[in-house]
Each structure stands twice: as C-alpha cells, then as structure tokens.
Design a protein around this ligand. Structure first.
Ligand SMILES: [Fe+2]
Length: 305
C-alpha cells in the first residue's frame, strides 16, 4: 500500500449558534446522517459514503467558527512516529484520551502557527450505516438533500502560512499541490493523498479563522442539484455554481444558519506525489479561485468565522 502516514481529514468540529437550526441544515439540507448526541450536547454526523462513525461534530457556542480539524493516520505506530516528529520540530503537543469523542481512540493535538488546532488520531469505530462491503449497493440508504458523500477539506485563514506549510510538509508529509503568490505571502492547497487538496490556507491577520468546510459530491450534476436545494430552502449562496481553476473542482459556496461558510465540491484532478506544484500569480488569482468569473468577490475574501 502506497498511502501511509496521514491518510485524510477525519473530522471537523464546527461551532454553531443554534443547534436545532444547525441539525436541520447539516442533516436535512446537506444530507449528513445524524449519528449521536454526546452528554455535553455535541452532535455527531457523517456522510453516507464514509466508513467511520462520524466526520462532522457540531458544538453549540456563542461564536461561529471551527474548533478543530482532525486527521486520521494509518495506525497507532504512525501516530507515535508523527508525535515524535512534531516534538522534534518543537511543536507543543497535548494528548486527548480515547473516548473523549465517542468511538474515537486517543488523539494528539497541537496548535499551528496560523492559530488553528489540529489533531491526529488512528482509531475510530466503523459506522453501522457506512458503505456496504459485501455485494455493495452504490449506497446503503438513499441519500437526502444535497446528498454530500463526505467531509472533504477545509480552507482556513490565518497568519504565518509559510510556517504552516513547512510544518505540514516537513513533519506531516503533505505536499503543496497548488500555491498562489499574494505578493510576499502565499495561499496553499495541501494534499496528503491522491486528492487535489485535503486542507488549504490563505493568509489573513486573524488567527484561527475559518473560511469554509467542503463536502464532496459525486459529479457536477449533483452540484447543480445542490443549488436547487439551496434555492428551494432559501439557503444563502455566496458564489456559484462555478468552477475552480485551482483543483478544477465544480463548486458552490453557501452559508449555514449561523454564518459558517460551507462548500459543495465535485471533481478535482488526481494528485500524485511526483506532480509539480501548480503556481498562480497574483494577477491571475481571480481565475484560479473562480475560473468562469475570473475575479474574486469581496465577500469571499472578507467574510469568515
Ligand atoms: Fe474548498
């Protein structure tokens, strides 16, 4: 098996202002499956095409945004190896006991220079409602709403993105699939897998800021269908349907009821570790982000949680 180390984004914990409204949005509109509610009120959900028990955690709070993004690593030995590499890189790590999230093994947490909390984990229980493994149908239960298949990636805003990039690449084994020159700073799209990106960072003075969580759809027809769902339910749309030059994905950006930006995303090229980094210049960045419009909009740049 070639894919080792950090495998993929495993979960994202999103802060919401009203849990009831958030559940309707993420369960009924996006189409995630509601898995459980913890004794502390956190609600756990998953995409219909995900094997693990959850990938999205909602926490009711006074302020929207992202608490943490967790990456699943190959196995427990890998978790130990990466912990040692982080400590050798002078990253302060903390340890979260198994069971703090239901069905999840021990986790190793750390704050990156952009101010975001990241975690690594190796073990999560499999879902009872995951993809079938014997004579599998294409889905176990017919998907609802926008029919998102999985939590795919996040784009985060914060300072010190070059340092963040070095940490992700030198310590965690990510590669820079695409990079945009912003005149002295860089936005980066990083991958740990065959995907065009698993996480992306854009420079911004506000530490720990959350631009969007993206959910994968099977094809561009599903992106258009998701737009229909948004219109029917009066979900505020930020941009789209359109396409990214960066990653080549078809996309719509929209907002959850408390202002967190979501994305539905389909396509994107297959990345291999020997691919060169695709580079974008400042004057072509509009085309990189919004390939059809070829210009950025103010809301995309200035609205985040
Ligand atoms: Fe995205």
């Amino acid at each position: 098996m070639a894919l080792t180390g950090v495998l993929r984004p495993g979960y994202i914990q999103i802060r919401v202002l009203d849990m009831s409204e958030a559940i309707v949005h993420y369960r009924d509109r996006l189409g995630l499956t509601e898995v459980s509610t913890g004794s502390d009120g956190r609600v756990y959900l998953k995409g219909w095409d995900e094997f693990d028990r959850h990938s999205v955690i909602l926490r009711e709070a006074d302020e929207a945004g992202m608490d943490v993004m967790g990456f699943k690593v190959l196995d427990d030995a890998t978790l130990n190896e990466l912990t040692a590499k982080l400590e050798a890189y002078n990253v302060v790590v903390d340890h979260v006991e198994a069971g703090e999230q239901p069905g999840v093994g021990r986790r190793v947490g750390f704050t990156i220079p952009s101010g975001h909390r990241m975690e690594l984990f190796a073990q999560m229980e499999k879902s009872d409602d995951g993809p079938q493994v014997v004579n599998p149908n294409v889905w176990q239960s017919e998907p609802r709403g926008m029919a998102v298949t999985r939590f795919d990636h996040a784009l985060l805003y914060g300072p010190a993105i070059d340092e963040v990039t070095d940490l992700f690449c030198d310590v965690l084994g990510f590669r820079v699939a695409e990079r945009a020159d912003l005149g002295g700073a860089h936005a980066v799209w990083l991958t740990c897998s065959n995907k065009a990106h698993d996480i992306a960072f854009v420079p911004n003075p506000d530490p720990g800021s959350f631009h969007h969580a993206a959910f994968y759809l099977e094809n561009v027809n599903d992106v258009v269908h998701a737009g229909d769902v948004m219109a029917y339910h009066d979900i505020p749309i930020d941009v789209g349907p359109t396409r990214h030059g960066i990653t080549r994905g078809h996309t719509i950006y929209f907002f959850d009821p408390c202002g967190n930006r979501n994305e539905v995303f389909a396509g994107g090229y297959t990345y291999y570790p020997d691919n060169p980094t695709r580079e974008w210049t400042t004057e072509q960045l509009g085309k990189g982000i919004f390939y059809y419009e070829r210009e950025l909009n103010d809301a995309f740049l200035s609205v985040y949680t």
